[in-house]
Structures are given as structure tokens and as C-alpha cells.
Design a protein around this ligand. Structure first.
Ligand code: MLT
Length: 404
């Protein structure tokens, strides 16, 4: 008789955004006349930039012609894309990342879930609390998190680093020494971030304690403040302790296109074993590359037209962020984020729990958000709104919230 991976049985409930989708779908069925505005999952709403569409059309035509047809992509991704990434995301910022340290993938969600595979089962992970659920769930699936305590909603073998109003949403070095540290900056879900100097302290801490940092930079394009690093490799010493995950979903609207990349520097080693070699082995065995058409679309993100068009797109979403934050403040809410990230993190009113506020907002304003407790115990009493809606819907949602 076959056996299953019992670790899956330990996962409490369903994936956060699936739970929300089910709840909203039940509400819509019961109230078909209600006009729901969705500011829950961080999914983009603006069409792909013209430069991206043009590149995709061209690549589609190439695929229809025997001379220019492309089959399997090279293991690490096409050089034209890796060169563009190395030049624009790293060299231009003074970071030393070679094209062959970049692994092109189908997005940061899968990379952030898969990267734990190359690490020992015995490693202790540390996560910010609240946290993007994929980091913890993927470690649960691999049996690294110990026993779940339903009362505290925590895992016995996970080190939680609370990020709350009280500490300005800045994680503090944990008392126990972790082996793997997940950092998402600018942060999902709180929409807040830390300065480059604070990030440097994390890099120094990791190098000192022999830990690896899994650095999720999916929201980097939304940074507006000068003292915030766009890449962890802007910090001295990061090449020996950090893996960086990047996404095209939020900076270029590729949530439905799927493209991302992971950087594993060659100096990152455990003894004399190179993590670069391990990730290359895993990538080569388990992944057959993002599609050629999509990688050409990714290349267009770095063209002068692409850059200009996407700057406007990011500004469009950040205008929504300002509307949400200002509207919430007018309505008497305490709200954070929305300056270097497209998320606004608000304190629920009248001591409501995050899920109580979710139901209240859905029923009374027909607005969908994300309950903070879905991201971890320290998210209880908070609620996330995304700036990725259309401007019109964002305005309408905030007007409804103000009238509550
Ligand atoms: C979110 O809403 O947190 C994100 O959009 C989910 C994701 O990127 O997978």
C-alpha cells in the first residue's frame, strides 16, 4: 500500500487566498445584485504595457516559422533576458551579479516554495510574522516545521519574528539562531520596509551566524524612498549569505503571464558545496524553462519604452495606494505601508478580529480585503488592502469605507 506525504495532513485549512475566494464566491451567490470590489489578493488589473505586447507578438510570429522557432529554453533561461537583468537590476545599482548567477523561472511564488528543497530538513527557519504564507506552508510540506499549535497558530520549530506597530514593523534578531531567514522587503503583507542600513545589519547577522537569507524582492519596483535598498546585493557581504527572488508580476503586471528569477551567487557555500551548483541541478532536473515568448516579453520590460511605460503603471498603482491611505486616515483608521509597496495595512476598528472585519467589510461595503491573521498570529487585528485595483474601483471602495 502506498503512503502519502503525511506532512500535507498537518497543513491547517486551505491556502489563504483560496479560502477568501471561496468566501467571496458564497457571498456573491447569496447576493447576486451586489457590486463587489476586490482589493484582496495582490493581483494586477492594468493591461500589459505596449512594449511587452509588441515583443510577445513578435515572438509568437517567430514561433510560427521553422527558421526562428524555439523549443526547450536553456537551463538557466535565455541569455538575452539574463543579460538584461544583470545589467538593469544589478550593474546599474552597483551590484556585482553575473548573468550565469541568474536562474529564470515561472515566477517568485514557485521559487520561494521550491528553494527550501536544497536545504537540510534539520534547518530552523525564521520568518517575519505576519508573513507571505508560501514560505511557511512549503516548509510544512517538507516536514521542517514541527508540530502545529492551533491555539497560538504557530509551528513548534519555526522562529517567528513579530512585525507590529510596536516595533515599527522592523523584525528583530531572534533569540534562537536560525539557519534560514526569510525576508520579504518591501514587505508583503504590511506594505512597510526597512532601510538599507537596517538590511546591512541582517546581512552581517547572517554572515556572523552562518545563516542564509532568502530575500524576496517582488515589490522592489514600488520603492520610493532613497535610503531603501533595491536589492540585498547592495549590502556588503550579501554574496556569501543571500539568495534573491524576483518577480515580473508586480513591476510589469505578469501575474497571468508568469515570469521571475532567482539569484544564487557563486560565493554562497555550505562548507565547500556551492548552492549555485545545487540550484542549477534542481532547476535542470525539475524545470524546463519559462516559455520563449514570455522571456522575450521579460526582455521588453528593460527596453527604454518598456521602462517608461512600466514606470507609469507603477505610479498608477501607487496613486491608488495614496487614495486608500488618505481615505482610511480621513475615516479615522490607523494605516501603514503604501509608500514603498502597493499594500496598505490597517488596524481593525473597535477591537474587531481580522476575520470579523473581513465579514463586516464584505457585507456592509461589499469590499474584499485580506485578514491580517491569515498571514500569521501577529497579523491579528490588522487587515490588508491592495492598491492593484483600478483607480475607479479604488476610489469607490474607499468612499464606501468612509460611509460605514
Ligand atoms: C498576495 O496577495 O499576497 C500576492 O499577490 C500573492 C502572490 O503573489 O502569490
Amino acid at each position: 500500500m502506498f503512503k502519502i506525504n503525511e506532512n500535507y495532513q498537518k497543513l491547517p485549512g486551505s491556502y489563504l487566498f483560496s479560502t477568501i475566494a471561496k468566501k467571496v464566491s458564497a457571498f456573491t451567490q447569496a447576493n447576486p445584485d451586489k457590486d463587489i470590489i476586490r482589493l484582496g489578493i495582490g493581483d494586477v488589473t492594468q493591461p500589459l504595457a505596449p512594449a511587452v505586447i509588441e515583443a510577445m507578438h513578435k515572438a509568437v510570429d517567430e514561433m510560427g516559422n521553422a527558421e526562428t522557432f524555439h523549443g526547450y529554453a536553456p537551463d538557466l533561461g535565455y541569455e538575452f533576458l539574463r543579460n538584461a537583468i544583470a545589467e538593469n537590476d544589478y550593474k546599474s545599482r552597483g551590484c556585482e551579479i553575473a548573468p550565469d548567477e541568474i536562474f529564470v523561472s515561472d515566477g517568485a511564488k514557485s521559487d520561494s516554495a521550491n528553494i527550501q528543497e536544497i536545504f537540510s530538513q534539520d534547518n530552523r527557519i525564521a520568518v517575519c510574522d505576519p508573513v507571505y504564507p508560501v514560505y511557511v506552508d512549503s516548509n510544512v510540506m517538507s516536514g521542517r516545521t514541527g508540530v502545529y499549535d492551533a491555539k497560538t497558530e504557530t509551528w513548534s520549530d519555526v522562529i517567528y519574528m513579530p512585525c507590529t506597530m510596536e516595533n515599527g514593523f522592523v523584525p528583530e534578531f531572534p533569540k534562537e539562531t536560525p539557519d534560514m531567514i526569510y525576508l520579504c522587503l518591501p514587505n508583503n503583507p504590511t506594505g512597510t520596509t526597512i532601510t538599507k542600513a537596517q538590511l546591512q545589519e541582517w546581512v552581517d547577522y547572517a554572515n556572523r551566524s552562518g545563516a542564509v537569507i532568502i530575500y524576496d524582492g517582488a515589490y522592489e519596483a514600488y520603492i520610493s524612498e532613497k535610503d531603501v535598498a533595491h536589492s540585498i546585493y547592495e549590502c556588503e557581504g550579501a554574496r556569501t549569505c543571500a539568495i534573491e527572488l524576483k518577480s515580473f508580476s508586480k513591476n510589469a503586471g505578469f501575474t497571468g503571464v508568469r515570469l521571475g528569477y532567482t539569484v544564487v551567487p557563486k560565493e554562497l557555500k555550505c562548507g565547500d558545496v556551492s548552492l549555485h551548483g545545487m540550484w542549477a541541478r534542481r532547476h535542470g532536473t525539475k524545470f524546463n524553462g519559462a516559455p520563449y515568448i514570455v522571456q522575450r516579453a521579460g526582455e521588453a520590460v528593460y527596453s527604454p519604452e518598456g521602462k517608461a511605460q512600466l514606470k507609469e503603471q507603477v505610479a498608477y498603482y501607487m496613486k491608488n495606494a495614496s487614495v486608500i491611505k488618505a481615505g482610511l486616515k480621513d475615516a479615522g483608521y490607523t494605516a501603514f505601508g503604501g509608500v514603498n509597496a502597493p499594500y496598505i495595512w490597517l488596524k481593525t476598528p473597535d477591537k474587531m478580529t481580522s476575520w470579523e472585519f473581513f465579514d463586516y467589510l464584505l457585507e456592509k461595503a461589499n469590499v474584499v480585503g485580506t485578514p491580517g491573521s491569515g498571514f500569521g498570529p501577529s497579523g491579528e487585528g490588522y487587515f490588508r488592502l491592495t492598491a492593484f485595483g483600478s483607480y475607479e474601483n479604488t476610489l469607490a471602495a474607499i468612499e464606501r469605507v468612509k460611509k460605514l
